[in-house]
Design a protein. Sequence first.
Length: 321
Amino acid sequence: MSRSVALRTAPADHSQFAEDVAYYLSLTPRQLPSQYLYDELGSALFEAICRLPWYRITRLEQELLRLHASDIFRRLATLSTLVELGSGNGEKLATLMDARAAGPMTVHLVDISPNALAAAIRALNVYPDLALVAHRATYDAGLAEAVLERRAGSQTLVLFLGSNIGNFDPPGAGAFLHGVRAAMARGDSLLLGADLVKPERELLLAYDDPLGVTAAFNKNLLVRANRELGADFDVEGFAHRAIWNSDASRIEMHLVSVRPQNVRVPAARLDIAFQPGETIWTESSYKYRPGEVPTMLDRAGFAVLDQWDAAGFALTLAGAR
Ligand code: AVI
């Protein structure tokens, strides 16, 4: 089945990447923002990660969505608009849609990856009563565009799933949730998926899998910098490392220089001498205790309506106060 889908798209911005690389690679410890993991290859590698037996976030969340989708729709009887921030391939939305009574609904898909948006549109095209709007945009820009199109009296559900919240540090997560709340109207709701603290061995296997897919996902950041910024990273000169930082309650991904080496990044005007063992910190994935999620939501102006958790993952439905 094919139909028209409204597409709102922002142009790719290499100069922002160059600016961020110049800033973050000069920090101590050196860093690269995790948002740049998701170019075309990075998004495909992330999809592969979601299918690994050791990375259970996606499957646990799908199961919770399948089990509780009808409870969610029962609570939101006048729902007319859905906005998914970071929609990925649309699988999660499709699981929700399967439990919905038929009727017109507008679905806004927000993702930075054009391939992810295309996959989500394919997954949702089978529901003829949905009006699809795809926003190739960051979370905040996409949400701002989506709410501009809301009709008076309509009720909106914002989805922020997959534990994407865990990729913000705690102040960043708080600021992000405040921003989401500010864009919503009273009576709108948020469905938040968050990964929970679990045994260290399990967490490390999820972020340093025996097939090396997560290592490839991490190292692809260097491949991207070489392609887009003219950098000369020797990809084999860096090793993937995942660490559980229990004090901060987060998994950290790093790229560790395996030898002394110099790297030039012309577009960012950088010439870096790496010592052996020196790392580039590329991602944090915060893990929560179940009670921390309602506290975080409450501070951002939401009232928790329900929470479901299973085997180390929590899905929380909250209303805008
Ligand atoms: C997208 N995000 C929630 C994933 C996570 O678990 O932090 C990204 C990821 N990084 C390594 N594996 C998966």
